[in-house]
Design a protein around this ligand. Structure first.
Ligand code: SF4
Ligand code: SF4
Length: 165
């Protein structure tokens, strides 16, 4: 299930991007959920008070970015696959993106994969740093991939094993 039917507009995304000052401090969540549906597992997954309590089950999640430590524990709990953690402090030239990935085959750590944007278009190559696929993830593995820093707000999916055209 996808949270949104189409691809979010730049205006939509602008309401979700963590402030630059917060991004400079380390990993932080970005929630790309734009459709009001009765759903709140993101809120119950966050033990750090970063995702604000829903007044109404149909509310869109609201984030206190200063409370987010970038743990990523909310990523696999979102049925809409709408939650990402971005770390723009990874290195001088690279950021990391942690994303939900429900396709097979799964990549392995160290593997080079295609980097895709929100529309599924290939935008580059990146290296998988971490694959989380335990009991907690419950069949929604979480992949952390290194990406060129300028693509931290662009890469939202990967393709394993082969080029995307
Ligand atoms: S990444 Fe961790 S701290 Fe941040 S919103 Fe998700 S669960 Fe909460
Ligand atoms: S769990 Fe996902 S789809 Fe549901 S409200 Fe939170 S971000 Fe939106």
């Amino acid at each position: 299930m996808l949270c949104t039917k189409g691809i979010p507009t730049t205006e939509d995304l602008a309401t979700r991007i963590p402030p630059e000052e917060r991004r400079r401090k380390g990993p932080v969540v970005m929630i790309e959920c734009f459709q009001k549906i009765p759903c709140n597992p993101c809120y119950t997954a966050c033990k750090h008070g970063a995702i604000q309590k829903f007044e109404d089950i149909n509310d869109l999640p609201s984030v206190n970015f200063d409370n987010c430590n970038g743990c990523g524990l909310c990523i696999s709990k979102c049925p809409g696959l709408a939650i990402f953690v971005i770390d723009e402090t990874y290195s001088e030239t690279q950021a990391t993106v942690s994303l939900p990935f429900e396709f097979l085959p799964l990549p392995h750590e160290g593997e080079e994969v295609d980097l895709l944007d929100r529309s599924g278009k290939k935008v580059g190559k990146g290296k998988v740093l971490k694959v989380r696929n335990g009991k907690y993830e419950d069949r929604t593995p979480v992949i952390t991939v290194a990406v060129p820093k300028e693509l931290s707000m662009v890469v939202r999916n990967i393709k394993v094993g082969g080029d995307v055209r």
